[in-house]
Design a protein around this ligand. Structure first.
Ligand code: PMP
Length: 426
């Protein structure tokens, strides 16, 4: 028995499924999850001493690579002054100012401790601001695990086949309308019927929780127009895409300004952090300025702010996104050539430093329906063949992959070589 197997056995006695977040359990791909001892740069090291080239990056935050010295040092320095104050500290203002500068649509913002909190709070704010109850989300998009958002949800909910979770009262779920991602006509019809009751649309501007699906030309613009026409709030959930697809997020890439934006992952540099923000006129409805209540014991935590500020400062340097995008393109071109050479039907999607891999003979994948039609069995076998060779991919066919600046040319070449062997073995 490996040490990971022993730990997984032990964990299952006191932790449901042995994990603190479902997809980590390898339930959909089978086998035993790898327990991690430490991480550095592009690599994870498991408790049995095996090294992996990591394409999960803690599910997105590790854009600079693991254990980045500037972030580590900022955290140590901040920790020397105390771990939490429960009172304002200067780093919170630095963070708000920096985020607002990098993502100008976020005129005001509030820090929270997870992506789930950010989206849940943004939705409450949109409801409080508009005085309407109904929200619209897209099938296969995941926005964290708040009640209203676990309707046709992606990520682990989709991976494990529970997109509509038990425990969400039907009386709540009825206020969540769903529509198909990249299907503007369907959304227009929905608005024609319910538009005057719709508080907000929440969307992942690049869907990253049903694999990776970019918006088709005009889709995000169409959402903007519908929200303007019906007085609904447009929320871009950039928990994944923020600082991942470009320094200014997906809103900078596609040139569409949301009313509210949610952030997480990279903004915390690896610490538990989220944020929501947007137009001043809307944000002023949040307590204590306004009546919409939202709070957090650890919100704006000084250690988390130090980590996030160090991360954002490092990724604001010129050339970061060109390098990240080029690395990702190199990887995907190599994977595609390897699949083609082995005769395995395969295609990929990419936006900046995030990507999707699809085992399919469809020429491209641009919808939830197409993503869920892919060959999941082929993915599972590929996943394990890669894992054996020290390549750590997300243990689900419905997650995006992430690169970091720490992935070297030789890491990418080693990954492509492993993929050649894996595709051939399929
Ligand atoms: N929104 C999106 C787009 C996400 O990808 C995630 C998590 N993967 C969340 C929200 C929830 O964030 P958290 O897991 O930090 O609660």
């Amino acid at each position: 028995m490996t040490l990971s197997e022993q730990l997984f056995e032990r964990a299952q006695h006191t932790i449901p499924g042995g994990v603190n977040s479902p997809v980590r359990a390898f339930k959909s791909v089978g086998g035993t999850p790898v327990f991690i001892d430490r991480a550095d740069g592009a690599y994870l090291y498991d408790v049995d001493g095996k090294r992996y080239i990591d394409y999960v990056g803690s599910w997105g935050p590790m854009l600079l690579g693991h254990n980045h010295p500037a972030i580590r040092e900022a955290v140590i320095k901040a920790a020397e002054k105390g771990l939490s104050f429960g009172a304002p500290c200067p780093a919170e203002i630095d963070m708000a100012e920096l985020v607002s500068k990098l993502v100008p649509s976020m005129e005001m913002l509030r820090m929270v401790s997870s992506g789930t909190e950010a989206t849940m709070s943004a939705i409450r704010l949109a409801r409080g601001y508009t005085g309407r109850n109904t929200i619209v989300k897209f099938e296969g998009c995941y926005h964290g695990h708040a009640d209203s958002l676990l309707v046709k949800a992606g990520s682990g909910a989709l991976t494990l086949g529970v997109p509509n979770s038990p425990g969400v009262p039907a009386d709540f779920a009825k206020y969540t309308l769903t529509s198909e991602f990249n299907n503007l006509a369907q959304l227009q019809a929905l608005f024609a019927e319910h538009g005057n009751d719709i508080a907000c649309i929440i969307v992942e501007p690049v869907a990253g929780n049903m694999n990776c699906i970019p918006p088709q030309p005009g889709f995000l613009q169409g959402l903007r127009e519908l929200c303007d026409q019906y007085g609904s709030v447009l929320i871009f959930d950039e928990v994944m895409t923020g600082f991942r697809v470009a320094l200014g997020g997906a809103q900078a890439v596609y040139g569409v300004q949301p009313d509210l934006t949610t952030l997480g992952k990279i903004i915390g540099g690896g610490m538990p952090v989220g944020a929501f923000g947007g137009k001043k006129a809307i944000m002023q409805h949040i307590a204590p300025l306004g009546p919409v209540y939202q709070a957090g014991t650890l919100s704006g935590n000084p250690i988390a702010m130090a980590a996030g500020l160090a991360a954002l400062t490092a990724i604001s340097q010129p050339g970061v996104y060109d390098a990240l995008t080029a690395k990702t393109t190199t990887l995907l071109q190599g994977l595609q050539q390897a699949a083609d050479a082995a005769g395995v039907p395969f295609c990929t999607n990419q936006v900046g430093g995030m990507f999707g891999m699809f085992f399919t003979d469809q020429a491209e994948v641009s919808s939830y329906q197409q993503a869920t039609k892919c060959n999941i069995d082929a993915f599972k076998r590929f996943f394990h063949l890669m894992l054996q060779q020290g390549i750590y991919l997300a243990p689900s066919a419905y997650e995006a992959g992430f690169l970091s600046l720490a992935h070297s040319d030789s890491d990418l070449a080693a990954t492509i070589d492993a993929a050649k062997r894996s595709f051939a073995a399929l």
